[in-house]
Design a protein around this ligand. Structure first.
Ligand SMILES: Nc1ncnc2c1ncn2[C@@H]1O[C@H](COP(=O)(O)OS(=O)(=O)O)[C@@H](OP(=O)(O)O)[C@H]1O
Length: 321
């Protein structure tokens, strides 16, 4: 997992914070201070991290970083030390929240929000982002199928596939942090209906319930919820919710089977099913609708790469943890 975002909702504060790069606690700014984060989102890319961050930012007691800091996972940043990290944070008043072993060293009481979504859909989204970047730079690209299938089988070395094996990432965090410090957000539920997920996150963060259903409206053009706050509305940018790249039904079924087997292996090894629901219908059919198949161009493709019967929120804790 990468360290995601923490820090800044106000541009003035941000420019000021960037310039005070090495102060240890960066005082001032109308009695506000830059503080180390009290909570961090630890989801992998394309899991819905930006949506969760923006939605939590609706809360008056939450400040978030404008940019991804990548302090814990980029060695060059980590070497700059906590003073540098703190200097990337927003100015906050006491009591406000700003965003595995390195995080613990910074603050062993930090609360972690892990956002997960359907593993297959996230993988396709991950590939789609890379494809988009290559297309816009006129670089050559391989189809998802070429990257995903090797000699007729799923290539378990494909990075985008590995990022969707959430239980492996969670296990690393659980080696360091107690379970109670990690809250799992259902990224699919967040897309369908954000408010209930936000209410649960507020509770986990000990925030007063200030985010309401009125903070969200469904934007039919985007096909996603957008945010409403103090008369302003905000939709996530066009890098979220792109049409997904195509994948044949056959390859998609292989992918679903792969994820199911991975979950079953964790169970067989004595893993414990954590969280809300037991794994449902492990043998469920992939819900890859025919209407999405056979579309040839990137532009024409549709969403809907999901494995039914695979609930990413049913994370498994491997036995050794
Ligand atoms: N309200 C709302 N609006 C737009 N997008 C939403 C929203 N809620 C969740 N999502 C989903 O967030 C997915 C992108 O996840 P990330 O922010 O983690 O992606 S990134 O790696 O930081 O680019 C993105 O994935 P794709 O749809 O595959 O692009 C969205 O499905």
């Amino acid at each position: 997992f990468r360290e995601l975002r923490s820090g800044v909702s106000n541009t003035a504060a941000y420019s000021s914070s960037s310039s005070s790069s090495s102060s240890s606690s960066s005082p001032s700014h109308n009695s506000t201070q830059q503080r180390l984060p009290g909570a961090i989102i630890i989801g992998v890319r394309k899991g819905g991290t930006r949506a969760l961050l923006e939605m939590l930012n609706l809360h008056p007691d939450v400040e978030v970083a404008k940019a991804e800091v990548h302090y814990f996972n980029v060695d060059e940043h980590y070497r700059r030390g906590l003073a540098w990290y703190r200097a990337q944070m927003p100015f906050t008043v006491p009591g406000q929240l700003t965003a595995p072993a390195r995080v613990w060293d910074m603050n062993p009481a930090v609360r972690l929000l892990l956002i997960v979504r359907d593993p297959a859909e996230r993988l396709v989204s991950d590939y789609t982002q890379v494809l988009h970047n290559r297309l816009t730079r006129n670089k050559p690209y391989q189809s998802l199928e070429e990257l995903l299938i090797r000699h007729g089988h799923i290539d378990s070395g494909y990075k985008a596939l590995q990022r969707s094996l959430y239980h492996q990432h969670l296990a690393r965090w659980l080696e360091v942090f107690p379970r109670e410090q990690i809250h799992v957000v259902d990224g699919d539920a967040l897309i369908r209906n954000p408010f209930p997920e936000l209410r649960k996150a507020e509770r986990f963060l000990d925030l007063s319930p200030r985010i309401s259903p009125n903070n969200f409206y469904y934007n039919t053009t985007k096909g996603f919820y957008c945010l409403l706050s103090a008369g302003h509305d905000k939709c996530l940018d066009e890098s979220k919710g792109r049409p997904h790249a195509p994948l044949s039904a056959q390859a998609f079924k292989k992918l679903c089977r792969y994820f199911r087997k991975a979950q079953q292996a964790v169970l067989r090894n004595g893993g414990e099913v954590v969280l809300l629901v037991l794994i449902r219908r492990m043998a469920g059919k992939c819900r890859y609708s025919k209407q999405y198949l056979g579309r040839l161009t990137f532009r024409d493709t549709q969403r809907g790469n999901r494995c039914s019967g695979l609930d990413p929120v049913n994370l498994l804790i491997p036995a050794q943890v």
